[in-house]
Write a new protein. Structure first.
Length: 195
């Protein structure tokens, strides 16, 4: 595995698996308040034992849940890489793609890859709760897959791409790496010249 490939996988993983302390605190307050309210209704009085054990158990639950999700993300990224590498043995670079909802990044069920100096997208099919893709549809750049804008978000060190996929607006994010940014930006310039 090349250094560039390892960098993309590692940085994507770090971005998606990042611990969100604000969400953790929000979930803690929400879960603890909910459980204590239900317990108060069931037993009809405030109990200090529950008031101490519920926050403790909730924090353990949330930390275990986060650890499990981190493990799944790592497994999914690597399985996507191995799937693309196996399906397209001549590919030279797998580029995991993400999206962002609010402040949280997540891995899309698709990936870019470069083969013979051309860009392709694989739409990956995965069964629910599975980290291993079992099928893919390959779409070469220029055949129902186009980019309209490519911007470098310097604050977050990512590339934000907007375009169309099978005549539908499609947005995705990749980790910033100068050669990938230049490559994607060149595709947009070519598109704009042809219009």
């Amino acid at each position: 595995m090349s250094l560039e490939q390892q960098y993309l996988i590692d940085q994507t993983f770090k971005r998606i698996a990042k611990f969100d302390s604000l969400k953790f605190l929000f979930d803690m307050v929400l879960y603890v308040a909910g459980v204590l309210a239900i317990l108060f209704i069931l037993i009809g009085r405030f109990d200090w034992v529950y008031a101490i054990t519920v926050p403790f158990m909730t924090s353990i639950y949330l930390l275990v849940k986060h650890a499990y999700l981190v493990k799944q993300v790592k497994k999914t990224i690597h399985n996507q890489f191995y799937f693309v590498e196996h399906t397209h043995p001549k590919q030279t670079l797998y580029i995991p793609i993400m999206d962002k909802v609010n402040k949280k990044y997540y891995l899309k069920r698709a990936a870019l890859y470069i083969q013979d100096d051309q860009l392709f997208m694989d739409a990956l099919r995965q069964k629910t709760f599975s980290s291993l893709p079992d099928e893919s549809i390959t779409i070469p750049y220029g055949e129902e897959f186009f980019l309209s804008t490519v911007t470098h978000d310097e604050l977050n060190h990512v590339i934000i791409c907007n375009g169309t996929l099978i005549d539908t607006p499609y947005r995705f994010i990749v980790i910033y790496e100068s050669t990938i940014f230049n490559r994607l930006e060149t595709l947009v310039k070519i598109e704009n010249k042809e219009v």
